[in-house]
Design a binder for this molecule. Structure first.
Ligand SMILES: Cc1cc2nc3c(=O)[nH]c(=O)nc-3n(C[C@H](O)[C@H](O)[C@H](O)COP(=O)(O)OP(=O)(O)OC[C@H]3O[C@@H](n4cnc5c(N)ncnc54)[C@H](O)[C@@H]3O)c2cc1C
Length: 389
């Protein structure tokens, strides 16, 4: 998914330019990367609409298009949405509030990340890049800038720099600059060298719910009036960050929820996600489904046909990505669950830092400029993100 609806102005800038680039790839370069602006529909209670209104005002002041819907509009456009919760016992138990309206972002949507990755891979190869798959970088090589040959260097009195990576098969890759973009596994490479990545990981899960043709869920899936595709937008329900993603071509929904409370941070996650962080059916049944069926009763009785998990890499201070440099090193990460939608801008920041260091203005796609040092740690200057999904 991609969105330009963030509370942080930095996130908005990085995502907006990235969405423009992805749209340009799809529309002007005619490379199919699955861009489909189905929109994000943030369903909210009266209280949430009011506490969010200053964020939404700030979005609009900065050029983000937002459409406001009232409860009556939503009731007409989405017949399967249960606006009223107060009289339902289960809803009262969960402290669910009535839906009073929604903020809709028409520039938000979905894309196909594997097609996007293929696009970048091909452009990288066109530029003369070389790729090695299946190579496991075990550690960073730190060399003395002027080696003496003495065992144990670099010593305190020597200048040192990252000179590449040691591979787990015993090989080495040496480079003038090494870029670490290892997602949730970044600490494993940085920590042993005494460099802090300021990020921790957490498991996140997604569950697939089929919407068989002719069923009430299929009707919900093909809700018209919001976007050119004639599907229900990406929904954010008013409780628990429960999200509902339509996958019309596969006749299914993907659902998930925020998983913050009592979910451990992982400093050094295992490599094999499937084996070590398997998705939990009970999490769907006991945490997500009660909220889902309360607001969208067509989901009552609907269980997941597939489920999987992944790892979010959180910058636990401000929920914004970072890009910083060291001697011979550039690090990018901490995207806090929304890295694909900022991927093009972050790539441009990494490129600029690689060429000119952190004290540089980066030209994002579309011509806007962004100071690279804002995403570093020495002169970090970003607005914290409060709308995590
Ligand atoms: C369930 C889930 C849903 C998400 N949904 C969205 C979404 O809708 N939109 C969005 O924008 N973002 C989403 N994200 C976040 C998005 O996936 C990340 O922000 C993005 O993948 C980060 O990209 P990256 O290249 O920094 O890291 P990664 O995609 O994690 O890539 C890092 C790569 O480095 C490799 N690697 C790590 N260590 C080593 C090593 N030592 N040697 C060799 N290779 C190594 C890993 O195998 C991996 O392939 C989601 C994440 C999850 C888990």
């Amino acid at each position: 998914m991609f969105r330009n609806m963030f509370t942080s102005g930095d996130n908005r800038e990085l995502a907006n330019a990235t969405i423009d680039f992805y749209t340009h790839v799809q529309r002007d370069m005619k490379v199919d990367i699955g861009v489909d602006p189905i929109g994000y529909l943030w369903l909210m209670s009266e209280r949430q609409l009011s506490t969010s209104s200053h964020h939404v005002d700030s979005m609009e002041e900065n050029g983000v298009q937002v459409v406001r819907y009232g409860a009556r509009d939503l009731g007409e456009m989405i017949p399967g949405l249960a606006l009223n919760q107060a009289e339902k016992e289960e809803s009262r138990l969960m402290n669910l509030e009535d839906v009073a309206g929604a903020y809709f972002g028409p520039k938000c949507g979905r894309l196909a990340p594997e097609k996007l990755a293929r696009f970048y891979k091909e452009r990288f190869l066109d530029l003369g890049g070389d790729l090695i798959f299946g190579a496991d970088a075990k550690s960073l090589i730190v060399d003395a800038t002027v080696p003496t040959g003495l065992e144990g260097e670099p010593f305190l009195w020597q200048d040192s720099r990252v000179a590449g990576v040691r591979l787990s098969d015993g090989g080495e890759i040496r480079a003038a600059t090494t870029v670490v973009a290892a997602g949730a596994w970044t600490n494993e490479l940085l920590d042993p060298t005494g460099i802090d990545g300021h990020a921790k990981s957490k498991m996140r899960q997604l569950f697939t719910v089929p919407a068989q043709s002719g069923s009430a869920l299929a009707r919900l899936l093909h809700t018209k009036g919001f976007n050119p595709s004639g599907t229900i937008p990406f929904l954010i329900l008013p409780k628990g960050g429960v999200i509902v993603k339509p996958m019309s071509e596969q006749a299914e929904f993907w659902v998930g929820g925020e998983d913050e409370v009592n979910r451990q941070f992982l400093a050094y996650p295992e490599e094999d996600i499937d084996a070590n962080y398997p998705p939990e059916r009970a999490y769907y049944e006991m945490s997500i489904h009660p909220v889902l069926r309360a607001y969208l009763p067509d989901f009552a009785g609907a269980g997941p046909s597939r489920m999987w998990s992944g790892l979010y890499s959180y910058n636990t201070v401000d929920n914004l990505p970072y890009v910083f440099e060291g001697d011979g090193l550039v690090v990018v990460g901490g995207d806090s669950g929304s890295g694909v939608m900022k991927g093009d801008s972050l790539g441009r920041v990494v490129d600029a830092v690689y060429r000119n260091g952190e004290e540089t203005e980066v030209e994002l796609f579309g011509g806007a400029t962004y100071r690279a040092s804002k995403l570093g740690f020495r002169k970090r200057d970003v607005e914290r993100e409060d709308w995590l999904l």
